[in-house]
Design a protein around this ligand. Sequence first.
Ligand SMILES: [Zn+2]
Length: 315
Amino acid sequence: MAVTVITALCCGLFFVAGIIMDNFFAFYSVPDETPPTITINNETVNIAVGGKYEDGGVEAYDDRTEVAITTEGTVDTNTIGEYVLKYIATDEHGNSSEATRTVKVIQPRGIIYLTFDDGPGEYTATLLDVLKKYNVKATFFVTGHGSDDLIVREYNEGHTVALHTFSHNYAAIYQSVDAFLSDLYSVQNRVKNLTGQTVTLMRFPGGSSNTISALYDGGTRIMSRLVDEVTARGFTYFDWNVSSGDAGGAVNSDEVFARTVTQLKDGGASIVLQHDIKDFSVAAVERIIQHCLANGYVFDKLDANSFAAHHGVNN
Ligand SMILES: [Zn+2]
């Protein structure tokens, strides 16, 4: 018994001594002259005058000690101008690194709503990384497919998660109003279970103007009835006014980029249609964002009060 106690005590002392020595060497024996690294996600941010600026996306790391980040500069979002924010990362030995971000408060040339249908899918995580890098919020019209975790991530990272039916099976959902609603509520339940939110923003597969539904509705003008029915039930549906062409026509990133940027609406809202289940479309997003920022646009996510870009129904 006594031996065990003494052994434990000795081990404890050595352990404590070990920690002291480690700290001693860490602080005094080898000089720390290496500054922390600082990374800044979005070096240029566009804010519409009168809008809101949320700081963030700055990270620092040091191999030896904790790092403190301080910020110099302010942004007046009510006054047009360029504001430079300086971030200083300092370690416990006084080494520091700096990074700057330029926040442009502008009268925007237009507002861009990036929207992604049919996911989540295998390219959604990459897309979320790009959106995070530029602090751009987007809108995802999700289905019953793909990983639950990605829907949770979309929601947690501040994007709008909206509904695009569970099955996305034209032959099934456009047979009848009841079939459509049942499928729509299934995806609403999925999102509710994952995010806690009862989502009422939606997009019809094919858009409200689709004519494929006429193949399955037995001549009952289902889109006219669905538009009325979902609206009466409190849903808000969105179409688009900028098509990236990634569902047909555009077959590579260059074409997705070119089609998108040539259709942007000056002085108004652009709702861009893309699919995050298409690798070449996702691969075009960073260039699209860079182009829009460089040309004075701002980004936003859809909400119930946003412009909806309704196409008008055909059947
Ligand atoms: Zn779709």
